[in-house]
Design a protein around this ligand. Structure first.
Ligand SMILES: [Zn+2]
Ligand SMILES: [Zn+2]
Length: 272
């Protein structure tokens, strides 16, 4: 069987990722208006009615903005940690009874055919998580909103076939940005803020050494980064280690307001 992945939206202005394996389709985050998410899904030939549920990473609005609409209009179950539910509070309106599911970091579960492994991430939210999603022996990990690339995060996602990792900002652009106050800059640069292009590139090298072949840069800042800059930093780090992007590994940048490519992973024969 094949596993499919598509970043519908990724960035500090809204996130929604699509994953499919077997008969199960799910979303990670719903951080754009419900209509925009439905339109992006339609663009890749998927109807919202066929989605089994939404995994929510944390309560910041760029991850939950459309979650209430998806629950009410399409009756999609929403999966989030207890801390995230508390953080969400009344921000997304009423969720119909039975559609709020409580998950926990390190508590693995199946959503249909997809195995879900939530893991804690260092970020300034109540109880934020990233996800490693399993389809048979294949796995896809999403790790954005990371103040730093911790050993724990590395351990949880090492060996994934595909990783979408945050490449949020260029620290110099951020520091020089006159529209951001000092407090906001300190928050983003902090240990529980967001991952810089350089920190992302260093993390990618470790993931590649662990066998990851598909790397997607995501959650780019609109003000303090560009897709070209993020790609250049990661590519340069790879080339310094004699890793050829496009040949040895695939490197893509998920765009903020444009649906990305559909990635297809094929199951390899397992030795018995
Ligand atoms: Zn975010
Ligand atoms: Zn966040």
């Amino acid at each position: 069987m094949e596993m499919y992945f598509c970043p519908l939206y990724s960035g500090s202005s809204g996130n929604a990722l699509f994953v499919q394996y077997g008969n199960t389709r799910l979303l990670v985050d719903a951080g754009k208006p419900g209509r925009a998410i439905a339109d992006a899904l339609a663009g890749i030939g998927v109807e919202m009615e066929t989605i089994s549920g939404v995994l929510i990473t944390h309560e910041h609005s760029d991850h939950i903005a459309g979650a209430g609409v998806l629950a009410r209009r399409y009756r999609l179950p929403m999966y989030a940690t207890a801390g995230t539910w508390q953080g969400i509070g009344s921000k997304i309106g009423e969720i119909p009874p039975g559609l709020t599911r409580v998950i926990g970091a390190d508590r693995e579960f199946f959503l249909g055919d997809i195995g879900v492994s939530p893991f804690s991430i260092p970020h300034d939210a109540a109880d934020p998580v990233g996800f490693r999603l399993w389809g048979g022996n294949m796995s896809i990990s999403t790790a954005t909103d990371l103040g730093h690339f911790s050993e724990d995060v590395y351990r949880r996602i090492a060996g994934s076939d595909l990783v979408l990792l945050e490449s949020n900002h260029d620290p110099d652009l951020l520091r020089a940005n006159p529209r951001y106050n000092q407090l906001l800059k300190a928050r983003i640069l902090g240990d529980r803020g967001h991952l810089s292009n350089e920190a992302c590139a260093a993390a990618l090298l470790r993931l590649i050494a662990g066998g990851t072949k598909h790397l997607i840069l995501g959650h780019l800042s609109g003000e303090n980064n560009t897709p070209l800059l993020a790609r250049r930093v990661s590519e340069a780090a790879m080339l310094r280690e004699d890793i050829r992007p496009g040949e040895d590994v695939q490197l893509q940048v998920a765009l903020r307001d444009e649906t990305g490519d559909i990635f297809v992973l094929k199951e390899t024969e397992q030795e018995i």
